[in-house]
Design a protein around this ligand. Structure first.
Ligand SMILES: Nc1ncnc2c1ncn2[C@@H]1O[C@H](COP(=O)(O)OP(=O)(O)OP(=O)(O)O)[C@@H](O)[C@H]1O
Ligand SMILES: [Mg+2]
Length: 288
């Protein structure tokens, strides 16, 4: 039964009809959702050709049979800054971890320059030019800044000096305070150490998980400026952010992830101005 004719509308006084009407609305909403998802998949298929890194229809989770990612797609072209936003628990960290070989992908594929890197170990990914800064515990607190950066270059210590110079040119404070223990640094400074460490192997792709979390607005701004600077050196950046509005201001393109699947995608400006994205994911902040 479809509600194409006004005469199909149920008598609002009848509970049965109302239930049926609501069920039809649900079915229509589901169909619209399916159509929306299918069109997002199409967009991904056509636009991701030739991307530097791409994740196609990833299904992944922490326990067998319990999927957290339910077919999420993502791509980044060389030099792009790509953002991922979405509610808590949407699977944003899981998506980055799945790309970085830390959560097992059961279906779908991750490709780097068209080479299949699905489920490769993190150290093998680092060798291939993928860097990752996790959301938490991303520095060695008992080690100095310099030692943290050494850890970043442990796969090729001969490059330490050259890379150290590069990293401290981006983050001068890290050079000035190289002997200071990372555990004694502020949250913002720790984020710089964590990003600096990931940059030690000169990645072509950097995955950043909520680098501005827990920081004051001023420090958050500094992180966003640094991320832009890193990206301007030619590093392709994929950033997960809880500060969704600010994230959409700096990225070239973004994804809204919801329940392990893409809900919306577009340029930062398109997403920030999409009434549905604003209503569902940016809240009142976006209306300021
Ligand atoms: N190590 C883990 N073991 C089991 N389940 C996990 C683990 N990490 C995350 N999860 C579950 O996976 C789901 C997605 O979590 P994830 O951390 O990817 O979300 P998120 O979008 O990054 O959220 P947040 O905005 O809070 O960081 C959640 O239901 C979470 O409980
Ligand atoms: Mg997370």
């Amino acid at each position: 039964m479809t509600f194409t004719e006004p005469s199909d509308l149920p008598n609002p006084g009848s509970p049965d009809s109302a239930n049926e009407f609501n069920r039809e609305l649900d079915i229509n909403a589901d169909q619209a959702k399916d159509g929306h998802a299918a069109s997002l998949e199409q967009v991904h298929k056509s636009e991701s050709v030739g991307a530097l890194i791409r994740a196609d229809a990833l299904v992944a989770g922490y326990f067998p049979g319990v999927n957290i990612l339910n077919g999420s797609d993502l791509y980044a072209r060389e030099g792009e800054l790509v953002g991922i936003i979405g509610p808590n628990g949407a699977g944003k960290s899981t998506l980055l971890k799945a790309i970085f070989g830390l959560v097992r992908v059961s279906q779908g594929a991750v490709l780097l320059k068209d080479e299949d890197i699905t489920n490769l170990r993190a150290d093998q990914l680092v060798k291939r030019g993928v860097g990752f800064v996790p959301q938490t515990n991303n520095v060695f607190p008992s080690l100095s800044i310099e030692e943290n950066l050494q850890m970043g270059a442990f796969q090729d210590p001969s490059r330490f000096k050259e890379r150290f110079e590069k990293v401290v040119s981006l983050f001068p404070t890290l050079g000035e305070r190289r002997k200071q223990r990372a555990g004694s640094l502020s949250g913002g400074e720790r984020q710089m150490v964590a990003m600096g460490r990931a940059l030690m192997m000169e990645p072509s792709v950097l995955l950043l998980d909520e680098p501005s979390a827990g920081l004051s607005p001023v420090l958050q701004d500094e992180v966003f400026i640094r991320v832009k600077e890193i990206n301007a050196t030619g590093v392709t950046v994929i950033i997960v952010e809880q500060n969704a509005r600010r994230c959409l201001q700096i990225v070239d393109r973004g994804y809204v992830l919801d329940q392990g699947k893409n809900a919306y995608t577009g340029t930062g400006a398109q997403l920030a101005n999409d009434p549905k994205v604003v209503e569902l994911y940016l809240g009142t902040l976006a209306k300021v």
